[in-house]
Each structure stands twice: as C-alpha cells, then as structure tokens.
Design a protein around this ligand. Structure first.
Ligand SMILES: [Zn+2]
Ligand SMILES: [Zn+2]
Length: 93
C-alpha cells in the first residue's frame, strides 16, 4: 500500500476524513475516536487549511451524540440541566 500523500510504501494506512486520501502515520496530523466504531483522522495538508482544521476541532463526541437520539446522549446531558446558575465557567486561557 502506498501513502497517497508522501508516496511511501506503508503497511497500514489511515484515511483522512477531509481529503479522503489514504495516508501513513507520519502524514496523520491528528486523530481522535468519536465512538467505538468511528474515528476522525486529519492529515497534515488538511490541518494547514483553516476550514478543515476548524471542522476537525469542532467535531466532538458530544456533537455526534446529538445527531442520533440515543438514550445514552440523553443521560449525558442531564447533569447540565441540574445546574441552573452555571453559565459556562471561564475556560482555561
Ligand atoms: Zn505519508
Ligand atoms: Zn487530508
């Protein structure tokens, strides 16, 4: 198998979720697990493009849960509803 980004011969490849190329480990800029079966992979090229990088960063486990009305997602959200006064505490800066 050949990496479609650096043309190196590779044993195992990842597929970038933004350009859909099969890339090697070195060309993978970042990856994260969204669920048991879903992984999000971004290559170094897409990372350097702001739109895809932003997309990658904003795609979280929480946002995928909201798309599917599963009881798991419902339970996850309950603790938030019980805190009426907390309006987003100041995040780390
Ligand atoms: Zn590569
Ligand atoms: Zn890519």
């Amino acid at each position: 198998m050949i990496c479609e980004r650096c043309s190196r011969d590779i044993y195992k490849s990842e597929t970038c979720n933004y350009c859909n190329r099969k890339i090697c480990f070195d060309c993978t800029k970042s990856s994260k697990r969204l669920s048991k079966t879903t992984r999000l992979v971004i290559c170094k090229d897409c990372w350097s493009k702001m739109p895809s990088r932003k997309k990658y960063k904003s795609t979280t486990l929480a946002s995928t849960q909201m798309k599917m009305p599963e009881r798991e997602g419902f339970q996850e959200r309950r603790p938030f509803e019980r805190r009426p006064f907390t309006k987003r505490p100041p995040m780390h800066k």
